[in-house]
Design a protein around this ligand. Structure first.
Ligand SMILES: [Zn+2]
Length: 356
């Protein structure tokens, strides 16, 4: 059987990211680690154990566009001449990595403002975006894959399966014959994956519902006949159905906690986050906690338990307030009393074609 070797590259804050080496024809890496000397050293050491060098790599496939999965693609290609294959969405992101991450950055500033993050906290976290920009770079995709396509990699046939949610470019690479899948950050053994809210190609005026989309993707994965899921961080997953069930239960519990916070009155997403995490976490990771709270509020909005109202506050997009549906109905729908609702244009990012 064609061997799979796990190479772990160091990654600040998270610990490590998995690079999967598929020892077969063509010699393939799935994900690469970030663009850093430490990650490259770890990759070289991992390859050496297999009597291989970076120069031997023939194919690289990222599971999604995030820096820790794509950062070394350009370096590996420059040294080996390897081909790159990726889902169309990840190919498009990679072709314009810096421009796309800049667009995500300015969208995120507006998103945080709109959801109650103070200006000083937003400014203090610009380093997060510098890090994202600096630890990956643009890559060219030679084989652009569509959802459902099959590619030969490391002595196997891998089907690429789009699973948006954690990111817009997420894909599984599924060896259907062996019941093995490379899943990136779609499903992790140790932690619940985040679901990033980023500008959509064609702004619709409403918030991209990343968490809702993520749960739909998870459900589809749970129905697949898989025996082993090789993940982007940490351990492999053998019982994916059981894990997906646990993740759904965790989402339910978090929704209940948010409803309990809203019992005390209307709040911004960031205000809700302060009830759920430590002062340090909400100060240092404002975007991640806003994504998390908004994703769960979207579930509650869909159920009709919560309503959302945008109120003018002098800023470009106003502020979003969330409150319990029953309280909103009682008070006539205005959490602040007498403040005018704005017509919101949900902050958009790049438009399709704009960056091509
Ligand atoms: Zn990721």
């Amino acid at each position: 059987m064609e061997r799979i070797a796990q190479i772990q590259a160091p990654l600040p804050h998270i610990g490590s990211v998995n690079i999967w080496l598929l020892c077969g024809e063509p010699l393939t890496l799935i994900d690469t680690g970030p663009r850093s000397d430490e990650a490259l050293t770890a990759l070289e050491a991992g390859l050496r154990k297999e009597d291989l060098r970076v120069e031997d790599i023939e194919l690289v496939i990222p599971t999604h566009h995030h820096l820790d999965h794509t950062g070394l693609i350009a370096t590996i290609v420059a040294r080996s001449g390897a081909r790159v294959a990726a889902l169309d969405r990840a190919a498009e992101y990679g072709a314009h990595y810096v421009e796309r991450s800049d667009a995500d950055r300015s969208f995120s500033r507006e998103l945080m403002r709109h959801h109650g993050v103070p200006e000083s906290v937003i400014d203090a976290n610009e380093g997060f975006w510098d890090y994202i920009r600096d630890t990956s770079e643009a890559y060219r995709t030679d084989v652009v894959l569509a959802d459902g396509d099959v590619i030969a990699a490391g002595g196997r046939d891998l089907r690429i399966v789009a699973r948006p949610g954690h990111s817009t470019t997420d894909a599984l690479l599924v060896d259907e014959r062996r019941g093995t899948a490379f899943v990136g950050d779609h499903l992790l053994a140790g932690i619940s994956s985040n679901a990033e809210i980023v500008p959509v190609a064609e702004p619709t005026g409403s918030r991209p519902q990343a968490r809702t989309q993520y749960l739909a993707s998870l459900e589809r994965t749970a129905s697949m006949p898989l025996g082993l899921l090789l993940t982007g961080h940490g351990d492999a997953v053998a019982d994916h159905r059981g894990l997906v069930r646990r993740r759904f239960a965790e989402h339910r519990r978090r929704c209940q906690r948010i409803l309990a916070v809203l019992e005390e009155g209307p709040a911004h997403a960031y205000g809700i986050a302060k009830h759920l995490w430590s002062a340090r976490t909400v100060a240092e990771q404002p975007l991640l906690v806003v994504w998390e709270v908004l994703g769960h509020l979207d579930l509650l909005l869909d159920e009709g338990a919560v309503s959302e109202q945008i109120l003018a506050d002098g800023s470009r997009y106003g502020k979003a307030w969330f409150w319990l549906r029953e309280q909103a109905a009682r008070s006539g729908g205005d959490p602040n009393g007498g403040v005018q609702e704005t017509s919101i244009l949900y902050p958009g990012g790049h438009r399709r074609g704009e960056l091509e």
